[in-house]
Write a protein that binds this ligand. Structure first.
Ligand code: NDP
Ligand code: 8X3
Length: 253
């Protein structure tokens, strides 16, 4: 059987582009997301265009029970995941700390941090048994620096940065690779979600410069999965050329 990659949050943005990239390279895929219609569409495209095998798991990563049940019900052969990409995530709101919504905070913490932990913990026994596997966590430049009105989103991505380092140390003895990839601004549905459907506000985020595309990020992430067993990219930051980090973005006037 071909190698298997499991990609969380494959209904749009990086996750969908990653699914296409890995499918192009003959991986069989397990894709996840909450939007069943989108998930089915992505699955249909992957199977019809690339001829690979795909399992779609529709669940909310915030639910510990749903995450464990979804992975538990995979056929035995499909539990042997070679590459796990913890990509599902979101920002909600861009507000001063004192004005931000606690519901938004909880949603981001539950998705970006707890979701990543649940999915990884559910899958890892098989990687340990096989002494083989690669976990790729999608962080952010927001996990490297903190910016104004980024408070809890930045905190969740700093946590992804920290847990990636911790996993790498603790999983050395099982020969499991852990890579954290931290993209800067990329034009996906991210800002539409962050601004709760306000397309104009979302569009403004990407005005005056050329941001990363989901395809750019997928190419770089895929590269990290192509290296020999003894080589691991531990931590990788990528931004568009107009951006140095979370704070410095050069916009044409
Ligand atoms: P998108 O909004 O385009 O995609 C987010 C994906 O995450 C969707 O497939 C969505 O699926 C899934 N998702 C969100 N919440 C949940 C949940 N509770 N349970 C299951 N799936 C969920 O954004 P991006 O592709 O840009 O974001 C992907 C990752 O990259 C996120 O972790 C984000 O923080 C990070 N990132 C994004 C950057 C950017 O500028 N775009 C830069 C740096 C990092 P569904 O709604 O169907 O559940
Ligand atoms: C997404 C990039 O700069 O909006 O993680 O935080 S940013």
């Amino acid at each position: 059987m071909s190698s298997i990659a499991l990609i969380t949050g494959a209904t749009s943005g990086f996750g969908k582009a990653l699914a296409i990239k890995f499918a192009t390279n003959r991986y069989n895929l397990i894709i996840t997301g909450r939007r069943a219609d989108r998930l089915q569409e992505v699955k249909n495209t992957l199977t019809s265009t690339y001829g690979i095998e795909v399992i779609a798991l529709c669940f909310d990563v915030r639910s510990r029970k749903a995450a464990f049940e979804a992975i538990e019900q995979l056929p035995a052969a499909w539990k042997a995941v070679d590459v796990l990409i913890n990509n599902a995530g979101l920002a909600l709101g861009r507000d001063y700390f004192d004005e931000a919504s606690i519901d938004d905070w909880e949603n981001m913490i539950d998705t970006n941090l707890k979701g990543l932990l649940y999915v990884t913990k559910a899958l890892i026994p098989n990687m340990i048994e096989r002494r083989k596997g690669h976990i790729i966590n999608i962080g952010s430049t927001a996990g490297k620096e903190v910016y104004e009105k980024g408070n809890t989103y930045c905190a969740t991505k700093h946590a992804v940065n920290a847990i990636s380092q911790a996993m790498r140390i603790d999983l050395l003895r099982h020969k499991i690779k852990v890579t954290a990839v931290h993209p800067g601004a990329a034009d996906t549905e991210f800002s539409t979600v962050r601004f709760k459907g306000d397309e104009e506000q979302a569009r403004k985020v990407y005005e005056g410069y050329e941001p990363l595309t989901a395809g750019d990020v997928a190419d770089v992430v895929y590269y990290t999965a192509t290296l020999p067993p003894h080589v691991c990219i531990n931590d990788l930051v990528l931004t568009c050329t107009a951006q140095a980090n979370s704070m410095y973005l050069y916009k044409e006037q």
